[in-house]
Design a protein around this ligand. Structure first.
Ligand SMILES: CSCCC(=O)/C(O)=C/O
Ligand SMILES: [Fe+2]
Ligand code: NI
Length: 183
């Protein structure tokens, strides 16, 4: 299940506000300008599904996001414990960064933890299959796929160059709990 914990960024992370229902997660996330929705993710995907297969299976959702939100391109990030370089991939997203465009991700399989740093708080949002998250441009955040990852996420971009991040240089991500869920 999706799960949101909200920590203060200036205290120990053992005190937090906990949200476990869709409505309370959506409303609390909206305080940080995070869009959180549940979308249909019931398209069957073969174990060996390629990026093109996944984009085709979810073409309708992608077209809707492109039309309504101005995204120009989409790609797929699919990582599992058998992905050879998954520890390096985990590290790539693990430090606080921003993007010059909105970060929209649609989880069609598995789960991962988005941490958004906004207004003196850390919004740690575990996204699972069917979740659509949009983190606005310029928002400090990081993402943890965990030590034994399993997720497939569709990423939408307005810049055809794809994923470009500006790292803040902050060590804040290291002060909050990691995503430890096993695949
Ligand atoms: C869940 S998609 C991979 C993570 C990513 O693209 C990103 O920018 C994390 O902050
Ligand atoms: Fe990001
Ligand atoms: Ni949970």
């Amino acid at each position: 299940m999706s799960h949101l914990r909200i920590y203060r960024d200036d205290t120990r992370p053992d005190v937090f506000e906990d949200h476990t229902t869709f409505e309370t997660i959506r409303d609390a996330a909206a305080e940080a300008n995070i869009r959180f929705e549940r979308w249909d993710a019931s398209q069957p995907l073969a174990e060996a599904a390629t990026q093109a297969d996944i984009l085709t299976a979810y073409a309708e959702a992608i077209t809707r996001l492109e039309r309504d939100c101005g995204f120009a391109t989409a790609d797929v990030v699919s990582v599992s414990a058998s992905t050879p370089n998954h520890p390096e991939l985990r590290k790539k997203f693990l430090n606080e960064h921003t993007h010059s465009e909105d970060e929209a991700r649609f989880f069609v399989e598995g789960s991962g933890l988005f941490c958004i740093h906004h207004g003196g708080a850390i919004y740690a949002l575990e996204c699972t299959k069917g979740d659509l998250i949009n983190v606005p441009a310029g928002t400090r955040h990081w993402f943890d796929m965990g030590p034994s990852p399993r997720f497939v996420a569709i990423r939408l971009f307005t810049d055809p160059k794809g994923w470009i991040a500006d790292f803040t240089g902050s060590d804040v991500a290291a002060r909050f709990p990691r995503f430890e869920k096993a695949a």
